[in-house]
Ligand binder design. Structure first.
Ligand SMILES: Cc1cc2nc3c(=O)[nH]c(=O)nc-3n(C[C@H](O)[C@H](O)[C@H](O)COP(=O)(O)O)c2cc1C
Length: 388
């Protein structure tokens, strides 16, 4: 158990990452931290925020700060929400429950992955807060449409379709550690599981690990499931196109984001098929390495479609200043992946709550330092032009 004291000493996402590293068997830590190939895009996602600087106003008479914004059909208390991340119960036995409850307490949206270890129905019951379901189009279309109907029944408030995973990215750390499901572990990896007794004890003494949305949904879906990578490559449909996205949007009929948009032309197509939002995202650097970063593409995409749909920036966000830079350049909100998965691994729900509160405090403090009381005052004039 990570003590409460330990969690409270974590001031930022980097601190939680160090704590997660200590607490997790190394194959799991590398699964979270890792990116594709040489991890160039993974690193650039965060470092690109340094390509522009904030320009504060002095003597602005700031008396209070309102961080609320409306995204995916909901007014949230601050402009950050939780991105979908698969298999959370590998990282902490409370898994998706812990993250969803922490998001609700923090006044924001939780996104549940198709590849989650708690079902749509259970998360639907877990909190009354706004929830987004992340969908992958499977070769088994019936199962895909069934997800949409299950989300309606379970009171999910929005859907996002991930389009950057026609095949799984090449995450070489996982090949080295044998981080597959079930694991094909090397001796070093096995030693790491044995040495992380608390994690192993909790894993073995809590409910069986499974892909909760898929188990029982389709017999085809589980055939030859030997790893997430194998699952993605076997079951996701690489031939999906804009027509498939359009069908899903009309079947859902509510707030709908397309996640993984990285170009102006695709952003325009998202408008054409009727999406209400896009998530500019390279999957946290886990898919196509060497591709552009979300922050790099944000100004051009915002210029083209910013008045037509909501823009969510997803990737590399670790600091409050990153969120303000994204807002200044046209994002409605940001979503974070590792930024809450590390705290989850470090200490479950209390740690995620603490991490979200720290990030929110940073945004609020920076707003005061910038001389802004509302997010709509954080405009392009409040940053230098990013240079790439
Ligand atoms: C451990 C992990 C699992 C993820 N699983 C999914 C997933 O199942 N579906 C999805 O669309 N994105 C998934 N992502 C990508 C996130 O939704 C998000 O795009 C990414 O984490 C953002 O980058 P950041 O981690 O730098 O915040 C995952 C990311 C991580 C780190």
């Amino acid at each position: 158990m990570v003590s409460k004291m330990g969690i409270e000493q974590c001031n930022n996402i980097g601190d939680f990452k160090r704590m997660a590293k200590r607490r997790l068997p190394s194959p799991l830590f590398h699964y979270i931290e890792g990116g594709a190939d040489d991890e160039v895009s993974l690193r650039a996602n965060t470092s690109d925020f340094n390509r522009c600087r904030l320009i504060p106003d002095a003597l602005a008479g700031v008396t209070g700060v309102d961080l609320s914004t409306t995204v995916l059909g909901h007014k949230i208390d601050w402009p950050v929400f939780l991105a979908p991340t698969g298999m959370s119960r590998l990282f902490h036995h409370d898994g998706e429950f812990a993250a969803a409850r922490a998001a609700h307490i923090a006044g924001t949206i939780y996104s549940l992955s198709t590849l989650s270890t708690v079902s749509i129905e259970d998360i639907g019951r877990a909190t009354p807060g706004p929830k987004c379901f992340q969908i992958y189009i499977h070769k088994d279309r019936e199962m895909t449409y069934d997800f949409v109907d299950r989300c309606k029944e379970a009171n999910f408030t929005s859907l996002c379709l991930t389009v950057d995973t026609p095949v799984a990215g090449n995450r070489e750390r996982d090949l080295v550690t044998g981080m597959t499901v079930p694991p094909k572990l090397t001796l070093a990896s096995l030693m790491s599981f044995a040495l992380h007794f608390n994690w192993s004890y909790n894993f073995l003494t809590h409910e069986k690990f499974q892909m909760a949305n898929i188990v029982g949904a389709s017999k085809n879906a589980m055939q030859d499931l030997s790893s997430v990578i194998d699952y993605v490559n076997a079951q996701f449909d690489p031939s999906i196109n804009w027509g498939d996205a359009e069908k899903l949007i009309s079947r859902w009929g509510g707030p709908f984001a397309i996640k993984g948009i990285m170009s102006v032309s695709d952003a325009l197509k998202a408008v054409d098929v009727g999406a209400s939002a896009i998530m500019i995202s390279n999957h946290g650097g886990r898919q196509l390495d060497g591709c552009v970063t979300p922050f790099e593409m944000l100004p051009a995409i915002a210029d083209a479609v910013g008045d037509k749909l909501e823009i969510i920036l997803d990737g590399g966000v670790q600091r409050g200043s990153h969120v303000l830079k994204a807002r200044a350049l046209g994002a409605t909100a940001c979503s974070i992946g590792r930024g809450y998965v590390y705290p989850l691994a470090a200490g479950g729900q209390p740690a995620v709550q603490h991490a979200l509160q720290r990030l929110r405090d940073e945004i609020e403090r920076n707003m005061v330092l910038m001389g802004c009381t509302r997010l709509d005052q954080v405009t392009a004039e409040k940053v230098t032009q990013p240079k790439f």
